[in-house]
Design a protein around this ligand. Structure first.
Ligand code: ATP
Ligand code: MG
Length: 332
């Protein structure tokens, strides 16, 4: 079986609709065809300040949401990044292979550091794409399910895998991004020209999956659309409506073409009312499944302990190979 690897940050507590449609849905699908490793990336979370108690609670909450969304511990390996120390260890090696200029070209860093200001931008935020390289290469992943915003980081991973293999001999599998065209970038409901984001969206622009369902319904109903009335998928011209059609289509399995027909001659109000209902029907069971995992922390922790053990076996083997190739003297 080919390998898949991906990670998600525990930063905001609740995942948002972009996380689910862009990434987590693909995690669920790839469990069936891949030897899949998924992790809650707490090391990445501390690139910006985190309250310790909140970070701990949000890490459990993230794992509970992944299970609620359909990850099955019998079909995939689910773990917490900091439980596998090899991530930080190979991360250092990758730091030493990356050019400063090369790292400076990462657009996520430019966006995020611009938002934080230079005094509040940590060196960790600068090097986090390089830690991500290590995350992926440790598992010899073939496929990396992510949203469009992560494409550049997977490209960097490919470059560094090639560089290491070229310099030291074949060691790492060169991975490919797995980005679904339709849902790779879900847009902010209030500003449909920017991506829905944990850190950049306003509350009204973001569907948090754990919000009260009626709050999410209200946000859908007040989503920004254009002043015309025709319901048509045209991302350039009509980004707001097109985003709603993508969300509707993906959550219900109805094609965008069928939706355009269904709403022919009807206004945006009808589309929004129906999508709000679809949203409520999706988030309601998701919330209760998440709560069930949170109510049973022993089961949750034991899933994560088993996951870490499986992940470590793979990661340790890869790290040992890399250390050997580099020329580190083995510890006796
Ligand atoms: P932040 O803004 O702090 O980076 P985020 O909203 O991007 O947070 P992450 O935990 O960084 O959330 O991303 C988890 C996964 O969700 C990644 O694979 C990312 O590409 C994907 N993703 C995030 N936002 C979207 C979106 N709007 N549309 C599609 N995929 C998304
Ligand atoms: Mg992100």
């Amino acid at each position: 079986r080919p390998r898949a690897l991906s990670g998600i940050q525990p930063t905001a507590g609740s995942f948002h609709l972009g996380n689910y449609l862009g990434a987590i849905r693909q995690y669920v699908a790839l469990q069936e065809t891949h030897d899949a490793f998924y992790m809650v990336v707490d090391l990445h979370a501390i690139t910006v300040p985190q309250d310790p108690a909140e970070l701990r609670a949000n890490t459990r909450l993230a794992a509970a949401q992944l299970l609620a969304a359909g990850l099955d511990p019998a079909r995939c390996t689910l773990f917490i990044q900091s439980h596998v120390p090899e991530h930080a260890q190979l991360g250092w090696v990758m730091n030493c292979l990356t050019g400063f200029g090369e790292a400076s070209r990462m657009t996520q860093f430019k966006d995020k550091s611009a938002r934080h200001g230079s005094d509040r931008t940590t060196v960790g935020l600068f090097t986090y794409p390089i830690l991500q390289v290590a995350d992926i290469l440790l598992y010899q992943a073939n496929s990396v399910p992510v949203g469009e915003d992560q494409r550049q980081h997977v490209e960097l991973t490919r470059d560094l895998a090639d560089r290491f293999n070229g310099r030291f001999g074949q060691t790492f599998t060169v991975p490919a991004p797995h980005i679904v065209k339709e849902t790779g970038k879900i847009y902010d409901l209030q500003d449909p020209t920017i991506k829905m984001s944990k850190s950049a969206s306003t509350p009204k622009g973001l569907i948090s999956l754990l919000d009260e369902p009626k709050v999410s319904a209200k946000k859908i109903k007040s989503a920004v659309t254009d002043t015309a009335t025709v319901i048509r998928y045209a991302p350039e011209e009509k980004p707001g409506v097109s985003n709603l059609l993508t969300i509707y289509s993906t959550l219900t399995g109805t094609s965008v073409g069928e939706l355009e027909q269904k709403y022919e001659g009807k206004g945006y109000g009808a589309l929004k009312t129906d999508l709000a209902e679809v949203m409520v029907e999706w988030v309601t069971p998701f919330r209760s499944r998440t709560q069930e995992y949170l109510d049973d922390p022993e089961t949750l922790d034991s899933i994560l302990a088993k996951g870490a053990e499986k992940a470590r076996a793979v990661a340790a083997e890869t790290l040992a190979q890399a250390y050997d190739k580099i020329g580190f003297l083995p510890a006796k």
